[in-house]
Design a protein around this ligand. Structure first.
Ligand SMILES: Nc1ncnc2c1ncn2[C@@H]1O[C@H](COP(=O)(O)OP(=O)(O)OP(=O)(O)O)[C@@H](O)[C@H]1O
Length: 269
């Protein structure tokens, strides 16, 4: 079996980037303008990812789960090469496509049509390839007459439609999907999930970030749960979901409502 992704002891450190507090700025003594030991300092850092290791075989479909801020998007940025780790290494085999941040790489002053060409070229498609797939991409995005308007005037959903439409038409070996269900209306989400199912069935490695238990169950063979920057769980999807529910202790029922809606959406596919 061919290895598609190797993430080996990867760490990523960020700065908190605090601004000086008003109290610190107003301190008369310049030497004391720096933070007291119990106050945030502009130089404070934290590890968004800490010693993360796993391997993915070509064709596997991985659901990446975890609470807000656990490091999922950061990990996808490292896998896609948008960001570099400051410890460990990430190895990937083949061309990567997908949607990491909605509308990333779009130029606001250009039309949707021009952005399709530009974005597809950035993802490695030739002019001929884009010409031949253009109608399918535009049909998938389905933004109507807005296609010839500057994307700066698009709604966030229209932005996402365009980005996703291009990403799913790139021939790739690894497909990365973040925020797919966060924007876009229900018919578009359904269309995205259907297309991702086709991508998965064609043997492309898939990395899918989702808070939705239903769609991960439907879409993935394995789930990795990040827990404050570390791998908390790696294995069976149902076990991963149990791990998450056990850990967050949410008993107010809100999450169950969300799960039910996601479940309904996933069962539509
Ligand atoms: N460029 C950056 N500079 C500083 N901190 C960052 C940066 N990018 C992410 N972070 C921080 O790293 C942590 C992990 O963020 P990340 O976006 O990877 O989480 P996530 O698991 O994708 O969260 P969510 O489920 O909310 O999308 C968060 O605390 C976030 O504030």
């Amino acid at each position: 079996m061919t290895t598609s992704i190797v993430v080996d002891n990867v760490s990523k450190t960020f700065r908190y980037q605090y601004n000086r507090t008003l109290k610190q700025m107003l301190r008369p003594d310049r030497r004391k303008r720096d933070a007291e030991p119990d106050e945030p300092r502009p130089s404070d850092t934290f590890k968004a990812l800490d010693g993360v290791s796993f391997e993915v075989t070509q064709g596997e479909s991985i659901g990446l789960m975890g609470l807000n801020g656990s490091g999922k998007s950061t990990l996808l940025k490292l896998v896609s090469g948008v960001m570099v780790p400051d410890g460990g290494q990430v190895l990937t085999r083949g061309r990567i496509s997908g949607l990491i941040a909605t509308g990333a790489g779009f130029h606001n002053e250009l039309s949707g049509r021009d952005n399709i060409y530009m974005n597809a070229a950035m993802l490695g498609m030739s002019k001929e390839e884009i010409d031949s797939k253009f109608d399918d991409i535009a049909a998938f995005a389905d933004v109507g007459r807005q296609l010839d308007m500057p994307v700066g005037n698009y709604s966030s959903g229209q932005f996402a439609r365009l980005g996703f439409a291009v990403a799913v038409h790139v021939d790739c070996d690894i497909f990365i999907a973040d925020e797919v269900l966060a924007v876009g209306d229900r018919p578009f989400k359904r269309k995205c999930l259907k297309r991702m199912k086709e991508i998965r069935e064609s043997g492309i490695t898939m990395f899918y970030v989702s808070h939705s238990a239903g769609s991960v169950q439907k879409m993935c063979d394995r789930a990795i749960v990040l827990d404050r920057g570390k791998v908390g769980f790696d294995g069976d999807v149902d076990e991963a979901i149990k791990y998450l529910h056990y850990d967050d202790g949410d008993e107010d029922g809100d999450e169950d409502d969300v799960d039910e809606r996601d479940e309904a959406l996933a069962s539509d596919i």
